[in-house]
Design a protein around this ligand. Structure first.
Ligand code: GZL
Length: 324
């Protein structure tokens, strides 16, 4: 295990640790050779196509040939399991911890424990409400802008005729769901769009299908627009819409977020009408951040990765070359 000593302050810290008999092992700054950097990665789970692409990106970036030993944990979308995984990484004495936090709250204690253990934490994808002093850096997406872009499309699509909209929300308490809702809400405020209902489908296809079935039982063909916080819930909703004898993309206009391959296929097929991208390929940036932090280099507290947005024509053109 390679613990690169951080900066000057950390050298003093390492010296203090040496006095207590628990100095970091190895590391280029502390006489370590070319040992691997051990990183504990606490992933949310495997709830969506986006998550699969994000996990693949992280596992490729944190490879042995890139100088890492990755200890991977997927928490099945349960925060208590994710916090337990982080505690396990701390007990194993990893060199750094990466977290894709399922929800924003509840992280203060375990982040303080990692800090007290001298293990830097980098957040990727979603973020937390805990003080930014408790983590080294965050790299992710502008979820509020993603929601705003989806809302602006919905307002234009509704025009003066208006629309009766239902919303499939992401995981309750996640920064992705909270911020997308904020951005979307601001964009449609004062418009001709009437929000009939909004409920979480937990970012999963099954969740999207079940909630959409409930919406259709309650509102039937009154619904003519759907905003799903991610492609997977929108794809699940397609089954419910078709089972109700309605035509997705025509009877019910659909806007989603992510732009994973299955979503872009639905867009190309005319079942979705607009998709806002959310880039899951974060692995290379996170791996670079880990090395910089362990080398004691200054890093930005946050970094936003740019997103695009796609129409049906875009999807038809881009599908053959989409990386995820
Ligand atoms: C967004 C990410 C969300 C995706 C979902 O960065 O956290 O979680 O939009 C995924 O598909 O489940």
């Amino acid at each position: 295990m390679k613990k690169k000593v951080l900066g000057g302050l950390a050298i003093a810290g390492a010296f203090a640790l040496a006095l207590t008999g628990c100095a970091p092992s190895g590391g280029s700054g502390a006489g370590g050779g070319d040992e691997l950097i051990t990183v504990g990665f606490a992933q949310t789970g495997s709830e969506s196509g986006w998550r699969a692409a994000n996990t693949e990106s992280m596992q490729e970036a944190f490879s042995e040939e890139n100088g890492f030993e990755l200890i991977f944990n997927a928490a099945d979308n349960k925060q208590e399991a994710q916090i337990a995984a982080v505690r396990s990484f701390i007990n194993q004495g990893v060199d750094a911890i990466v977290i894709a936090p399922i929800t924003v709250d509840g992280w203060d204690d375990v982040l303080k424990e990692a800090q007290d253990a001298g293990i830097p934490v980098i957040l990727e994808d979603r973020t937390v409400s805990a003080s930014e002093d408790l983590y080294a850096s965050w790299v992710g997406l502008d979820f509020e802008q993603e929601g705003r872009t989806a809302g602006e499309w919905a307002v234009e699509e509704a025009g003066d005729a208006g629309a009766n909209l239902v919303i499939l929300e992401g995981t309750t308490g996640s920064s992705a769901a909270l911020d997308r809702a904020t951005g979307f809400g601001e964009a449609i405020d004062g418009s001709s769009i009437n929000v009939l209902d909004s409920q979480t489908g937990d970012f999963t296809r099954d969740g999207g299908k079940k909630v959409m079935e409930g919406f259709l039982q309650k509102y039937g063909s009154e619904i003519n627009m759907l905003f799903a916080h991610n492609d997977d819930m929108g794809l699940g909703a397609l089954d419910a819409i078709k089972a109700a004898g309605l035509v997705p993309g025509q009877d019910i206009k659909i806007v989603t977020i992510d732009a994973v391959k299955d979503g872009m296929q639905a867009l190309a097929d005319g079942e979705f009408n607009f998709i806002v991208e959310c880039n899951p390929i974060l692995g290379p940036k996170v791996a670079e951040l880990v090395k910089k932090v362990l080398d004691g280099e200054e890093v930005p507290k946050s970094e936003i990765v740019p997103d695009g947005a796609f129409t049906q024509e875009d999807a038809i053109e881009l599908l053959p070359t989409r990386p995820y």
